[in-house]
Design a binder for this molecule. Structure first.
Ligand code: GLN
Length: 238
């Protein structure tokens, strides 16, 4: 029996706009295929070897939550980089996505250093970017919800997750959204992201299984009619 190990990073501190739904969606899609899951909740100060995980999931949070986790995240920077180099799959949403860049400068001007997995930096702006968002990505269309004050700017050469078809994305000028480095995905899409984007959930899962069990692994297709109808409805919502 294949068992997939999911690390849920900062489940208490970094979890808004339904981000825990990303863990739940993965667990369901794994168990619907007859595989087992183990979830490791990794909170502040709890030692953890990220190379043990197949998938690492982390959500968003207000500026003050980011300030609470930032020092702990920096202490894990070496362990996270080791796992990134080893091909561990990460999904980082909004506040954690920003801290996986070089820095986040909050609205009050306080600079929060990040861990620099993404060649990007985020500066808070005057107004928040809120609403439903639709992206075009190499892995198909993604739909979600965004609510952030931070504007993320990718350095030249840093791959984005996708192009904004509707909404704001990384900032209100470049129409790119998120970032991708190796198997590390960063995005502003809450909602939560994976329940309404089953193809992307399976992409993360397949990469994780192939890292652990070899390139020959494939995933049995699931009946995703409800998920697709939910995404369609969300993509039409103003
Ligand atoms: N606090 C950050 C910002 O406002 C991230 C918000 C979030 O995670 N939704 O940009």
């Amino acid at each position: 029996m294949i068992r997939v190990r999911i690390a849920h990073l900062y489940p208490e501190e970094m979890n808004i706009y339904g981000d825990t739904g990303n863990v739940i969606a993965l667990v369901r899609r794994i168990e619907w295929r007859g595989m087992e899951t183990r979830i490791d909740r990794v909170g502040l100060g709890e030692p953890y070897d990220f190379t043990d995980a197949d998938l690492v999931i982390a959500g968003g949070g207000e500026d003050r939550s980011q300030m609470r986790v930032a020092a702990d995240l920096r202490q894990r920077s070496g362990a996270i980089r080791e796992a990134v180099a080893d091909g561990t799959v990460f999904l980082t949403v909004c506040g954690t996505y920003q801290l996986f860049g070089h820095r986040f400068v909050a609205h009050d001007g306080e600079e929060i250093p990040g861990i620099g997995v993404f060649d990007a930096e985020t500066l808070a702006g005057d107004h928040r970017m809120i609403g439903n968002i639709v992206l075009d990505t190499p892995w198909g269309r993604l739909v979600g919800f965004e609510n952030h004050g931070g504007r993320t700017h990718l350095a030249d050469g840093q791959e984005p997750l996708g192009r904004v078809e509707r909404g704001f994305g990384n900032n209100d000028t470049t129409f790119d959204e998120g970032a991708v480095t190796a198997n590390v995905f960063g995005t502003y899409l809450h909602g939560s992201l994976l329940p309404k984007n089953p193809g992307f959930a399976d992409l993360l899962l397949l990469r994780a299984l192939r890292r652990r069990h070899g390139a020959g692994v494939s995933l049995e297709p699931l009946e995703d009619d409800l998920e697709h109808r939910a995404a369609e409805a969300a993509s039409r919502r103003p």
